[in-house]
Design a protein around this ligand. Structure first.
Ligand code: SAH
Ligand code: SF4
Length: 356
């Protein structure tokens, strides 16, 4: 893919006002704060018209404002919009914007690809390409907020879910710095109570995160209540089995006071039996938690099938009859290649086909 940042310019989005000031040591120190504010609105350097023209030129020559640009967007049902983003090295990532009564939500990516290798997921098919930087995570939020007509003060995004491609806790340091940057009161200021993070269950990082003082809603992708089945669907289970996950979830609740959400993607004939529902109820009993059932988004690269709507409803009923707090998540975004990683793959296939 063509290199689009041959000079390897540094992106300023993702840096603090002080860090920007330090880079522009010959400018007055308030410049850093001004530029920081403009970047949070999604402005390019040539739109920062209250800065002197020479400074704007110097910024354009030496830096990049937002390292994320929207390549394409696709409208789905109910106002859902799926985005394909390009990064400055030409890599592609994706995100989904979902309008809701309780707040417009952006689902964003934390890595390019993923190395966890879950067998039902499109993001992991080619492994991990690289981690996203703080600026590249923030850049997705700022780009979509601007496209939706928002600014940092008048946001069009109220909530974030870290559920796009990638395993957030495999990019731990950058993800934690991103949470600090996106919740900065001087910036776009999306508070942690409006952020959900989904992990495949890297237990040592769950514990570290619980100890860090951050308080986002934590979702753990469980998907199976038996170790043998979970290991077949999610190889990471061979390292962090179900017992450890439950311990980590309890610890997270103890430290943060926030109940953990267990995600459970229903896959026909795999994890939708009564025995699975019973065991799931057993695992999640005795501490505050919630089960989010998602019908599989079918991926053409594997043979897993989604269960019918009726099967999902009776699985939910079974769980509820066993006293489990559970809901079926409306899977917005299916009609626009919603499952994680699928849009990027389709786009790359298209480019490759047109190149041959
Ligand atoms: N890596 C993290 C977050 C990104 S995946 C994680 O695994 O939790 C976000 C959610 O989408 C996870 O619960 C994941 O299991 C689920 N998912 C992945 N592929 C899916 C598919 N084809 N259909 C339905 N859910 C899927
Ligand atoms: Fe990675 Fe999550 Fe996909 Fe598993 S489900 S491969 S952890 S992105």
């Amino acid at each position: 893919m063509a290199e689009i940042n041959p000079k390897n310019k540094i992106a300023l989005l993702g840096l603090s006002a002080k860090e920007i000031s330090d880079l522009l040591s010959d400018c007055p120190s308030y410049c850093g704060a001004q530029i920081y504010g403009f970047l949070m609105d999604g402005k390019n350097f040539d739109e920062m018209t209250s800065l002197k023209k020479e400074l704007r030129l110097r910024l354009s020559e030496n830096f990049i404002a937002n390292p994320v640009t929207i390549v394409r967007s696709f409208k789905g049902k109910g106002g859902t919009k799926k985005y394909l983003f390009k990064l400055t090295d030409g890599n592609l990532i994706e995100g989904v914007y979902m309008p809701h009564d309780y707040g417009n939500t952006l689902c964003l990516s934390t890595q390019i690809g993923c190395r966890m290798g879950c067998t039902f997921c499109a993001s992991g098919l080619d492994g991990l390409v690289r981690n996203l930087t703080v600026g590249e995570m923030l850049g997705q939020v700022i780009a979509v907020n601007r496209e939706a007509g928002g600014t940092a003060k008048e946001r069009k995004i109220a909530k974030l879910v870290l559920m796009g491609s990638g395993e957030p806790f495999d990019n731990y340091d950058n993800v934690v710095s991103f949470l600090d940057a996106v919740s900065d009161e001087k910036g776009i200021n999306i508070g942690e109570r409006n952020i959900s993070l989904s992990t495949s269950g890297l237990c040592d990082k769950i514990i570290k995160f619980a100890d860090s003082g951050h308080k986002v809603t934590l979702s753990i992708s469980l998907h199976a209540p038996f170790d043998s089945l979970r290991s077949a669907l999610m190889p990471v289970n061979k390292v962090y089995g179900i017992d450890r996950i439950v311990e980590a979830a309890k610890y997270y609740f103890k430290k943060t006071g926030r109940r953990v959400i267990f995600e459970y993607t229903l896959i026909s004939g795999q994890n939708d039996s009564d025995a699975c529902a019973k065991q799931l109820a057993k695992i999640t009993s005795g501490f505050p938690s919630h089960v989010n059932i998602i019908r599989l988004n079918e991926v053409k690269e594997n043979n897993y099938r989604a269960p019918s709507v009726d099967t999902a409803a009776s699985f939910l009923q079974k769980l509820e009859s066993l006293g489990v707090s559970a809901t079926i998540r409306k899977s917005l975004g299916n009609d626009v290649e919603g499952a994680c990683g699928q849009l990027r793959r389709r786009y790359l296939e298209e480019i490759n086909e047109s190149a041959t």
